[in-house]
Design a protein around this ligand. Sequence first.
Ligand code: FES
Length: 148
Amino acid sequence: MDRRKFIKTTCSACVPASLLSSFVLNACTPTQYITGQLDKDGLIVNKDQFKIGDKGSFASFIVVRNENLLFPICIYRFNESDYSAIWLKCAHMGAEVNVVGDTLQCPAHGSEYNNRGVVTNGPAVSNLRTFPVVVRQNDLFIDLRKQS
Ligand code: FES
């Protein structure tokens, strides 16, 4: 194989590999699990739970697992004032959905959702349940009485 053909062949193979490694690294970020604080109307989570180290970095999501909740709730942080809170119960047949970076995947039949809970791949035909998130100084209040 001549040099030009070799470079053309190997570089076209490298681009998908670099994209794949980026996806894998994002998907493999350790998940932060917390219990949060339940009150009669909802869930309270301290915003500091998103902090990573002391260099001003933030996790893109955390997962609330609380024995008083039937399913976990994933909270995505988009910026200081924009969050989504998603009930991790699949809209298809109710299996627990897994968080894989910015994608939510159901292990039962393969439905997928984005980080706003919107279905992106069936067999589910409806979105995941989401809750309003109110930013209160250094806390988030997830209103479990309502659906956003
Ligand atoms: S229960 Fe989730 S895809 Fe079927």
